[in-house]
Design a protein around this ligand. Structure first.
Ligand SMILES: Nc1ncnc2c1ncn2[C@@H]1O[C@H](COP(=O)(O)OP(=O)(O)OP(=O)(O)O)[C@@H](O)[C@H]1O
Ligand SMILES: [Mg+2]
Length: 324
């Protein structure tokens, strides 16, 4: 497969009076043609910085980037016409309608006027396209932003948080839209915090933490390579859950207590659990492998799982979380 986007060893350091902040620390990413690629990472991990650097809005301190096989920022003028992007919430002029806004952008970008109607239809704004933007809800402004990025029928569409402010119906529509676009041959790169959504929509993902890539691949591969071997255990009603947990802990099991079940983390051989408990005349009524989802893999890899009694600060990552 051909890579539409390649980033290798990207470095970005912000300097201010308060010192130096390393936002990207040798970041790598590859997006193959025709894929919907999810870009995931906790707040402040460097997603927007990556996208802004890619689009030539800020200068990197090191590393290489290529879009459609051309090195950027050097060849950005040559590829810019094939890239549509929205990075964080773009601002629109409130007194203009969506139709005015898009027509202006179309004229400026040498795009046929017919395209305006087509993109309004695509993002679901057909019936509100002649209303002023200031009367729009957050989700409607977001749809307008996506419409503006689609005007020039880009080969690569880059969206930073496209689901931001959308209602569940809107999120689902956005998902269908991404699918349709990708089936038409467009490559889509989208950052999001809505992991269930990413899991449903993306062919592949890159996970970033503290400016470095911590995982990449198809969603299935990322899940499989970090699948937990944990199982959920239920006992017959009335049996002392805590007592059973203690028995297993004494044998070295990692046990997390739930309300009416417990989870054994390092359960490579679930038969051990039934055997150990049966020896104490405790019988298991249900033993289910806990399937890994993207959210738990994300929390583990980025070291951002909540810890009881602590208010995690944005730049705080658990050392084990990103393999250092
Ligand atoms: N203009 C700037 N000056 C100084 N530091 C900045 C600047 N922009 C971003 N940073 C810092 O760089 C790091 C990465 O920020 P970035 O906006 O790329 O994160 P993000 O992954 O997009 O986060 P979010 O999910 O919250 O949008 C953060 O620590 C942030 O404070
Ligand atoms: Mg961001």
């Amino acid at each position: 497969m051909e890579a539409v986007l390649e980033i290798a060893g990207l470095q970005k350091t912000y300097r201010s009076r308060k010192g130096v902040r390393r936002a990207l620390d040798g970041f790598d990413m590859v997006v193959e043609a025709g894929q919907v690629h999810g870009f995931l990472g906790p707040n402040g991990s460097g997603k927007t910085t990556t996208l802004r650097t890619l689009l030539g809005l800020i200068r990197p301190n090191g590393g290489r980037m290529a879009i459609l096989g051309r090195e950027v920022p050097e060849h950005l003028p040559a590829v810019a016409g094939q890239v549509g992007a929205i990075v964080e919430s773009p601002q629109f002029f409130g007194n203009f309608t969506a139709w005015d806004t898009l027509s202006l952008l179309a004229d400026a970008g040498g795009v046929r006027r017919q395209r305006v109607e087509a993109v309004l239809e695509l993002v679901g704004l057909r019936d509100r396209g002649k209303d002023r933007v200031r009367t729009y809800s957050l989700g409607m402004k977001q749809r307008l932003a996506v419409a503006s990025a689609l005007l020039k029928e880009p080969k690569l569409l880059i969206l930073d948080e496209p689901a931001n402010g959308l209602d569940p119906g809107g999120i689902r529509e956005m998902r269908t839209l991404m699918r349709t676009l990708s089936e038409s041959g467009m490559t889509v790169l989208l950052s999001s915090h809505i992991l269930g959504e990413i899991q449903l929509i993306c062919d592949s993902v890159t996970i970033i933490a503290a400016g470095k890539r911590v995982a990449t691949g198809s969603v299935a591969d990322v899940l499989a390579s970090h699948a937990s071997s944990s199982v959920r255990v239920r006992l017959e009603p009335g049996i002392d859950l805590l007592g059973a947990a203690e028995i297993l802990r004494a044998k070295g099991a990692q046990v997390d207590l739930g309300t009416d079940f417990f989870t054994v983390g390092n359960a490579n051989n679930p038969a051990q659990i039934t055997r150990i408990l049966a020896e104490s005349q405790i019988y298991v009524s249900e033993l289910t492998p806990a399937s890994a989802d993207l959210e738990s893999v994300f929390l583990e890899l980025t070291g951002t799982a909540p810890v009881d009694g602590q208010n995690r600060q944005v730049d705080q990552v658990a050392a084990a979380g990103w393999g250092q």
